[in-house]
Structure formats: C-alpha cells, structure tokens
Design a protein. Structure first.
Ligand code: ATR
Length: 277
C-alpha cells in the first residue's frame, strides 16, 4: 500500500452548515482526481486554538476560516501576509511543512478576479468607486481596489463612524459619504460595490437611489443568495455592466486549493453549478 498521505483541509466557522465551500472544494477534488478531503467544522471561539493545534498535529494541509473567527484567528498565526494584516482578518490558513502556521486573506483577490472574469472591460482606473457598507467584507474590497489603482473610494455606511474608521486605516483616497446621501455617489462612480448584507435572503432590500448611475459603470454585489439582487437588476436595466457575488466566493478559494492540493482549479460554469447544487 502507498504511504502517500491523503491531503486533508476544511472550513471552520460557527455556524458552518450554510457554507458552500465544501461543495466547491469537493467539486475541484473530484474533477482533478485528487484523493483528498475538505471538511466543514463547527467550532466555537473558545475551542478554536485547540482545534487548530489538533488539525496541525493530524497533518491537515490547511483550513479556511469564516465568520466569526476571521479576525481572532490572526492571533494564532506565526506568519501573516501583508494583505491579511492590512485587512485585519484571515480566511485561509496554511500548515507549513516547517511547522509554522501561515495566515492569508484571499477575499480581495477573489473580488478583483470576479470582476476581471465577468466584466473584462472593467478598468479600475476609469473613475472613483462607490462602496456601500463598512464591515469586514468592505475592508477586503477596499484594500484590493486601492491595490489595483482606483483613484478614489467613496464609502457610505449606515453607521458613519465605521466608515470613518476605514478612512483612517486606509488613508486619503477614501471619502466618507452619509448613508442617506449614498445615491449621490452614483453620478460619478465608475465601479459600485454593495458589501452590506442588504438584499440577502431574509434581509431587507438595499434601497439606494440609482438614478444618477453612469451607463458604463460596473456594478457588483457581494450578496450571492439571491444571485440577482435588486441592485443588480436595476443597474442592469439602466445599461450598466453587472457582476454577481458568487464568483468572488469561487475565486477566493483558488489560491488556497492550489497551495493545499497542488493543482490550480478552474472557475467556470460547472464550478458555479456545483456550488449552487
Ligand atoms: P461583513 O463582515 O460581512 O461585512 P458586518 O461586519 O456585520 O459583516 O457588516 C455588515 C454590513 O452591512 C455593515 O456595513 C452594516 O452596517 P452597520 O455598520 O451600520 O451595521 C451593513 N448593514 C447590515 N444591516 C443593515 C441595514 N439594515 N441597513 C443598512 N446597513 C446594514
């Protein structure tokens, strides 16, 4: 019998039943004929350090980290990438062969790759971006938009002080706009991003006035359940290019899968179908 180890990975969150990541990695493991496993793990904050230690001892290659542990897990890592420290959160852990625990954040990468794949004409330098929301997801989006050269980011959040916090962390390319004035951002925005949970199944709709939206603007929503949010539907009717949020989930997983399992997976219609199944 071969003594080659079967690679093990997974996702840790609390709760975890809703996570689509096991479907995604499971699909890629199958299509690449890799005899590995990707396991969902429901772990409380109290148990997180012990679980991470145990997974390392068990020879796991890595794990994804999701809500509510993305910030706290940074304290357990030996090495943190620049992008994860800038965002203040990690979504990917790598158990390195030298025993060190490496924390990374690939959410911003996934966000940009989704736009590049599904709006190939998107030019981040074409004009300011308008970001709705100022939570953890907004941090990843803002860091990645700044990295690809967006000239200015206007940010509106219900709780203004959170947007101001982002402005002081990310610097003077950010401008805070009142939540009730969020519609005013649309006149100048070349890129519009909803990072709030509004529009998600079971949540109220996002009701920002879109009248001023530029025809060529690229509009994207991090919400992917439903795929077609009110924001995307209305923006599409106004002649904007729209990109749904599912691709961000798929693309953020690519670097981790490649690192853990040694194959770069594809993001295509079959991948989307596997995750939606
Ligand atoms: P995540 O890490 O997914 O971004 P979060 O940190 O809880 O999650 O942030 C959720 C975002 O949705 C926040 O911008 C939040 O606004 P507040 O900072 O004011 O809480 C926004 N959000 C959630 N429910 C909202 C609502 N009913 N109206 C407006 N914004 C809402």
């Amino acid at each position: 019998m071969s003594d080659k180890k079967i690679p093990l990975a997974g996702v840790i969150g609390h709760p975890i039943a809703h996570s689509r990541s096991p479907h995604l990695h499971g699909h890629w493991l199958k299509t690449h004929y890799i005899p590995g496993y990707y396991i969902p793990m429901d772990v409380t904050a109290d148990d997180l350090p012990d679980v991470i230690r145990t997974l390392r001892k068990m020879g796991f290659v890595g794990v994804n980290i999701t809500v509510p542990h993305k910030e706290k897990v940074m304290e357990l890592a030996d090495l943190v990438t620049d992008r994860a420290s800038l965002i203040g959160a990690a979504n990917t852990l790598i158990f390195r062969r030298d025993g060190k625990l490496h924390a990374d954040n690939t959410d911003g990468y996934g966000f940009i790759q989704n736009l590049r794949q599904n709006a190939p004409t998107w030019n981040p330098k074409a004009g300011p971006a308008a970001v709705l929301g100022a939570g953890g997801a907004a941090r990843a989006v803002i860091a990645s938009l700044l990295e690809v050269g967006v000239p200015e980011i206007m940010i509106a959040n219900r709780t203004r002080v959170r947007a101001e916090g982002l402005q002081s962390d990310f610097g003077n390319r950010l401008r805070v706009v009142d939540w009730v004035q969020a519609g005013n951002m649309m006149d100048v925005a070349a890129t519009v991003v909803n990072t709030t949970s509004l529009g998600m199944v079971g949540k109220p709709e996002l009701r920002v006035p879109l009248d001023g939206l530029r025809k060529g603007a690229v509009v994207t929503d991090l919400v992917y359940a439903p795929l077609q949010t009110r924001l995307l539907r209305e923006a599409g009717e106004m002649g904007c290019v729209t990109v749904d949020g599912l691709g961000m989930l798929l693309h953020q997983a690519v670097p981790a899968f490649e690192r853990w399992f040694g194959h770069r997976p594809e993001v295509d219609d079959a991948t989307r179908a596997a995750v939606l199944a």
